[in-house]
Design a protein around this ligand. Structure first.
Ligand SMILES: CC(C)(COP(=O)(O)OP(=O)(O)OC[C@H]1O[C@@H](n2cnc3c(N)ncnc32)[C@H](O)[C@@H]1OP(=O)(O)O)[C@@H](O)C(=O)NCCC(=O)NCCS
Length: 214
C-alpha cells in the first residue's frame, strides 16, 4: 500500500529526509510513500531550484491554506528542535498524521520503540531496549546505546554517540560527533556542542561544549 507524505523543510535536512523516503521506497519492493511535495515557510531560491531539479513540488508554507490529500502524512525535516515542535503542533492541528521513517541501512535493536514523526537516517545504530520519542532526528551514523531514553523533539546530529543508560530529555540537540558517556542525563532543551564529550549530567537549557564538556 502506498501512503502520501509531505516533508516540511526545503533546506539541507529536509532534502536528506527526501533521500530517506526514496531509500525506503527502493528497499521495500512496493512503493511505501508517494511524496506529495515540500512545505517551507521561507524557502530560498537556491533550495527551490534544488527541489525542482529532483522533481519535487513546493506546496507553500505550513500556515498557508495548502490543500493536502485527506489522511496525508508528514515529517518535519527541520533540525532546530524548537522550530520542529512548533511546526508539528501546527500540522497535527491541521489533521495531518506524523510518519516514522527509518532508513533501510539503520539497525534497531530488540525491544526498542520509535515514536511517530521520527526520522532515522542512514547508518544509525540504535541498540536494545531504547525508547525513542516522537519527532526525533537521529542523523547519519549516530549511535544510541542500550536502555537509553531519547525524548520527543531531540536532534542527534551525525556521528554523535549516546552511550547506554542515558536520558536525553525533550528538545535536546547533540551536535555533530558529540559523545554522551553512559548513565548521563541531558536536561530538557540543553545543547551539546559538536565534538563535545559529556562526562556528567547537563542541566536543562544549558549549552555545554569541549572535552570534558562544560
Ligand atoms: C556549541 C555551539 C552550540 C555553540 O554555538 P554558539 O553559542 O553560537 O557559539 P559561538 O559560535 O558564538 O562560539 C562561542 C565560543 O565557543 C567556541 N565553540 C563553539 N562551538 C564549539 C564546540 N563545538 N566545541 C568547542 N568550542 C566551541 C567558539 O570557538 C567560541 O570561542 P571563543 O569565545 O573563545 O571565540 C555550536 O558551536 C555547536 O557546536 N553546534 C553544533 C553544530 C552541529 O552539530 N552542526 C552539524 C549539523 S548537521
Amino acid at each position: 500500500m502506498t501512503d502520501q507524505i509531505v516533508v516540511v523543510g526545503a533546506g539541507g535536512f529536509g532534502r536528506e529526509v527526501l533521500d530517506v523516503v526514496e531509500a525506503v521506497n527502493c528497499s521495500s519492493g512496493t512503493k511505501s510513500w508517494e511524496v506529495v511535495g515540500v512545505l517551507d515557510d521561507a524557502p530560498d531560491d537556491i533550495n527551490m531550484g534544488r527541489l525542482a531539479s529532483r522533481g519535487v513540488r513546493y506546496l507553500g508554507g505550513t500556515s498557508a491554506d495548502v490543500r493536502l490529500p485527506a489522511g496525508c502524512h508528514y515529517v518535519v525535516g527541520i533540525g532546530n528542535p524548537r522550530v520542529r515542535e512548533l511546526v508539528a503542533s501546527r500540522l497535527n492541528q491541521a489533521g495531518l498524521r506524523p510518519a516514522t521513517l527509518v532508513h533501510p541501512t539503520a539497525t534497531i535493536g530488540v525491544g526498542t520503540q520509535v515514536g511517530a514523526g521520527t526520522v532515522i537516517c542512514a547508518g544509525v545504530r540504535v541498540t536494545t531496549n531504547v525508547r525513542v520519542g516522537s519527532h526525533v532526528h537521529l542523523n547519519l551514523n549516530c549511535t544510541v546505546g542500550h536502555d537509553s531514553t531519547v525524548d520527543d523533539f531531540v536532534s542527534i546530529n551525525p556521528l554523535a554517540s549516546v552511550s547506554g543508560d542515558c536520558a536525553i530529555e525533550s528538545g535536546v540537540l547533540i551536535g555533530v560527533a558529540g559523545v554522551v558517556l553512559n548513565g548521563i542525563r541531558v536536561g530538557k532543551n540543553a545543547t551539546v556542542g559538536g565534538a563535545a564529550c559529556v562526562v556528567k549530567d547537563v542541566a536543562a537549557g544549558v549549552t555545554v561544549k569541549g572535552v570534558p564538556a562544560r
